[in-house]
Design a binder for this molecule. Structure first.
Ligand SMILES: [Mg+2]
Length: 320
């Protein structure tokens, strides 16, 4: 099969273009789209490399899902509605089983959010996947990292640490209660980008980021960009029942603060918008936790809600 045949079989025909926003999709030198009116475009790209971003044992379905999910997560963190993606795929060989499963994972997530694949590239080499995702945001409503203000409340969606626990488990470094094993592993293999929640935060959050590298690192990006500090209460970190059941609290806190790949959103909210925000998230059936507050003083303080300082294994973390 030629490169053209593979594209046609797996990528071009699976994707029916509708509406007039995509004038030319796959098949020409470049895609042509109609720029949405009264909107700004958010553009992001991410590469996954075998052995670096996913284990060599990862399933093709999961790789297809995750490669798209991490890009949609970045759009969600900006408050963008995903529209189009391009896909550059480097494969060591043409393996039809692998390609079918990859496409199943990729397109089932793409269809869920009505994201259109409008172009890409296919080459031979060590397995890697690069996706570029483009989304739209109403003018001036994008959620940035640089706009958190002192006294804003800090929230996270969902639960933290599950993907990190799953990775440790696969590396034989952690126990997972068998009853919860598949749910926890799914958090690593098939993260669910918070696409709808990100859009719902547009007029409510003052700053946002997605948690790809761990809460401390990613909240740290908001603090640096906004030139503020924060106090985070470690006993308010949200854990899944599976994580709580599998590890001592101290380990759960360490995972929640430092492990990556959860793809939840971390965002800040002015105190006067707290009620509206919580009403909105509840209506979306989104689990949320208020874990702390932004401070003027530019350092990151970890403590318990009763004021006791946190002296866990990551005490001494210095972001500034
Ligand atoms: Mg990100």
């Amino acid at each position: 099969m030629t490169e053209f045949d593979i594209i046609k079989r797996y990528f071009a025909e699976q994707h029916m273009l509708d509406g007039n926003e995509v004038r030319i999709g796959i098949g020409d030198d470049a895609a042509i789209v109609n720029a949405p009116l009264q909107s700004e475009l958010a553009i992001t790209t991410d590469t996954l490399v075998e052995g670096v971003h996913f284990l060599t044992t990862a399933l093709a379905f999961d790789i297809g899902h995750k490669a798209l999910a991490v890009n949609l997560s970045d759009l969600a963190a900006m408050g963008a509605e995903p529209l189009w993606v391009t896909l550059a795929l480097t494969l060591p060989q043409v393996d039809h089983h692998w390609l079918s499963a990859f496409c199943e994972g990729f397109f089932s997530l793409a269809h869920r959010y009505q994201v259109k694949l409008i172009g890409g590239d296919l080459t031979r080499g060590p397995l890697s996947i690069t996706i570029q995702a483009i989304g739209k945001i109403p003018l001036r409503q994008a959620l940035l990292r640089s706009t958190a203000e002192p006294h804003d409340l800090i929230y996270v969606t969902g639960t933290l640490g599950d993907a990190g626990l799953a990775l440790k488990h696969l590396q034989s470094q952690a126990y997972i209660d068998p009853y919860y094993q598949s749910a926890i592993l799914e958090r690593l293999h098939r993260p669910e980008p918070r696409v709808v929640i990100g859009q719902s935060l547009r007029k409510l959050a003052s700053a946002a980021i997605d948690i790809s590298d761990g809460l401390m690192a990613d909240l740290g990006h908001i603090l640096t960009a906004s030139q503020v500090g924060a106090i985070v209460y470690v006993d308010r970190l949200p854990f899944s029942p599976g994580l709580a059941q599998s590890t001592p609290l101290e380990t759960a806190i360490t995972l929640g603060l430092t492990s990556g790949d959860d793809y939840e959103l971390c965002f800040t909210v002015p105190t006067k918008k707290r009620e509206e925000l919580e009403k909105n998230l509840s209506a979306l059936a989104c689990r949320y936790s208020c874990i702390g507050q932004i401070t003027q003083r530019p350092d990151l303080i970890l403590c318990y809600e009763n004021g006791t300082p946190y002296y866990g294994s990551i005490n001494g973390y210095q972001h500034f």
